[in-house]
Design a protein around this ligand. Structure first.
Ligand SMILES: CC(C)(COP(=O)(O)OP(=O)(O)OC[C@H]1O[C@@H](n2cnc3c(N)ncnc32)[C@H](O)[C@@H]1OP(=O)(O)O)[C@@H](O)C(=O)NCCC(=O)NCCS
Length: 159
């Protein structure tokens, strides 16, 4: 496995991820081609801004995305972790291995605390965050793509 920065060629990967309910079912649901293009542009802009947006390659095949970006929570700037994998690669420990590869980049960028906000109903996501040493705080209501979502709040200190 290796990570490389998200790139123009990953439009196809984003299309496959964003159009599959097994991937985005807990993330606001599937989107049309316009939505796919918006997500792709947002990711390209994030990379240009220095956010850590990586494509996960298995045998050089793109199988998903892992990223840390800046967000806002309770009026504070926070760094958020997120990942999504094509269905055939879920439940095989891929996200955990990708997180280990991501960690040096996160530390290099000076980030010392990571947050994650999966939907409370997202079993796999809540399970892996616990496995990665995150601690669950109070649930919260967040806006996801214009829709309200009840989310768990996970935090991990890296130092
Ligand atoms: C959440 C996600 C990134 C976790 O990555 P992963 O590599 O599948 O994680 P793991 O293999 O360590 O699995 C974590 C747990 O979820 C379970 N799981 C993962 N995918 C599953 C699936 N599709 N169906 C049922 N259970 C699943 C695993 O069996 C494991 O359970 P365990 O801890 O009891 O063994 C991945 O499942 C995914 O891409 N989900 C869709 C997108 C998403 O919701 N992303 C989270 C955004 S915050």
């Amino acid at each position: 496995m290796r990570l490389r920065p998200y790139a123009e060629e990953d439009l196809r990967l984003t299309r496959r991820l964003e159009s599959d309910p097994r991937v985005v079912g807990h993330l606001g649901g599937v989107g049309d081609e316009r939505h796919v293009a918006q997500v792709h542009q947002r990711r390209m802009a994030a990379v240009a801004d220095g956010d850590l947006f990586f494509t996960i390659l298995l045998d050089e095949e793109p199988v998903g995305i892992i990223a840390v970006w800046t967000g806002e929570f309770a009026g504070e700037k926070v760094y958020e972790l997120g990942a999504m994998l094509l269905p055939d690669h879920q439940a095989r420990g891929v996200a955990g291995r990708a997180f280990e590869l991501l960690l040096p980049h996160v530390l290099d960028s000076g980030v010392r605390v990571l947050h994650a906000f999966p939907a409370v109903t997202n079993g796999p996501s809540n399970a892996i965050l616990q496995k990665l040493g995150f601690t669950r705080g109070e649930d919260c209501d967040l806006d996801y793509e214009g829709r309200p979502l009840r989310c768990a709040h996970w935090v991990r200190e890296l130092a």
